[in-house]
Design a protein around this ligand. Structure first.
Ligand code: CO8
Length: 375
């Protein structure tokens, strides 16, 4: 069986930052406007007034301090509350491809690979900006990669499921080297007018190069020892937007369910035990003592969630470097979160050190990738 390694990663970070302070100020302005607009209905008891958001709550509930976004002005405009992204011509790069090309160039450089050495592109993300042609094929064309490309979506677990798909393809010989990209424009489908979730997401793109151990020349390689994926249907994280929208009654209305919706408390309660048990069982099945994991690069949705999982798996409170969080800077970037954590926190690993990349989220979906540092 061919051995597969992660030989390079890249992160494209947008230029614009929204701090919690800016976010809350804009949201509270929106609340004042709405409550003024509906003052009569509120006074008549026909409508509940909207409540203010606040920075202390956001940090305490999530561990998030700021988020990067592709457009800040639209999100912070109380008359808009969503990003303004330019309509591009069909013959110029799409926004997701543009982000992905930047992250991919960094990943290819760190792997020491040129596009002619890559045979496939997987664009694994929570949302794709159009139905077709696939974003992956656009990226493949822009980078000058021969072979094939396809898009896939398993929400927050898109990157880890993509790693499993790519490593299985490399093991079986369908390709020697595969580029995975995770462009996540979460600001496009976050409901910025909902105080329960307006602070959760940010934008980013990550890229990963996977190849056979034989061809890898990078000085920072991680052998993929084992992958495991699990899905379990749940409506607790849901977005009803889709291509049948205009065919449904009131399909073109500004409906709440056409953006991200979640029952956050329930997600927290149900997902934490599934993930901790799966990480422990997966390690045991591979003959690995979970407490010997040097690092856990977990999905970045919520700091307390990660603290729980880390404690359960290691049997003690993890040291910060054992379970790095990037949530405070990036917020939840869906499938890209665990890959940012991996990319920014693996250089100090010594040969034979073990780690796990682990994602979890909508579906529900959980994806594990157990790695061993080699070169
Ligand atoms: N400011 C002030 N108060 C607030 C705010 C706010 N912004 N929001 C809520 N409150 C209030 C509530 O009204 C409530 O008040 P009361 O107690 O009087 O009813 C109180 O604060 C507590 O509210 P919650 O119970 O909602 O607060 P929690 O402590 O549960 O924290 C979280 C909320 C942070 C959402 C938390 O539940 C959480 O993180 N859960 C896990 C969520 C999770 O992991 N989700 C997965 C995300 S899905 C994903 O990662 C990818 C999906 C696909 C991509 C989608 C891209 C857009």
């Amino acid at each position: 069986m061919r051995q597969v390694v992660i030989s390079g990663t890249g992160v494209f970070t947008p230029d614009e930052i929204i701090t919690n302070e800016e976010l809350v100020a804009a949201f509270n302005k929106y609340v004042d406007q709405q409550n003024e607009l509906h003052a009569d209905a509120i006074a008549a008891g026909e409508r509940e007034p909207l409540e203010y958001s606040n920075e202390e709550f956001i940090y305490k509930a999530s561990g998030i301090l700021q988020r990067y976004v592709m457009d800040k002005s639209g999100v912070l405009d109380p008359n808009q509350m969503y990003p303004s992204l330019r309509q591009r011509d069909d013959d110029e790069p799409g926004i997701m491809a543009e982000m992905a090309i930047k992250a991919a160039s960094e990943a290819l450089k760190s792997a020491g690979k040129t596009p002619d050495q890559v045979q496939a592109v997987i664009c694994a993300a929570s949302n794709h900006e159009r139905a077709y042609p696939a974003i992956a094929i656009e990226i493949q064309d822009a980078l000058g990669i021969d072979g094939f490309g396809f898009d896939m979506n398993v929400a927050c677990s898109s990157a880890t499921f993509g790693i499993q798909a790519a490593s299985d393809m490399i093991r079986s010989g369908s390709a020697d080297c595969i580029l995975i990209v995770n462009p996540e424009i979460c600001s496009g489908h976050l409901e910025w007018r909902d105080r329960d979730c307006h602070f959760i997401f940010g934008d980013v793109c990550t890229a990963i190069v996977l190849e056979t151990q034989e061809t890898a020349t990078s000085d920072n390689q991680f052998e993929i020892l084992s992958t495991r994926c699990l899905t379990q249907f749940s409506n607790n994280i849901r977005n009803n937007n889709g291509f049948l929208r205009r065919s449904r009654p009131s399909g073109t209305d500004d409906r709440r369910d056409m953006q991200f919706m979640q029952n956050g408390r329930l997600v927290f309660k149900q997902v934490v035990p599934i993930v901790s048990d799966m990480v422990i069982q997966h390690c045991q099945d591979e003959g690995i003592d979970p407490t010997s994991l040097r690092r856990m690069w977990l999905h970045q949705a919520n700091k307390s969630m990660n603290d729980f999982i880390g404690r359960k798996v290691l049997g003690r409170v993890p040291e910060p470097q054992e379970q790095p969080n990037i949530l405070q800077d990036y917020a939840n970037t869906s499938s890209a979160g665990s890959i940012i954590a991996f990319s920014q926190n693996n250089q100090d690993m010594a040969a034979d050190d073990l780690g796990i990349i682990c994602s979890f989220g909508a579906g529900y979906s959980v994806g594990n990738v157990i790695v061993r540092k080699t070169a």
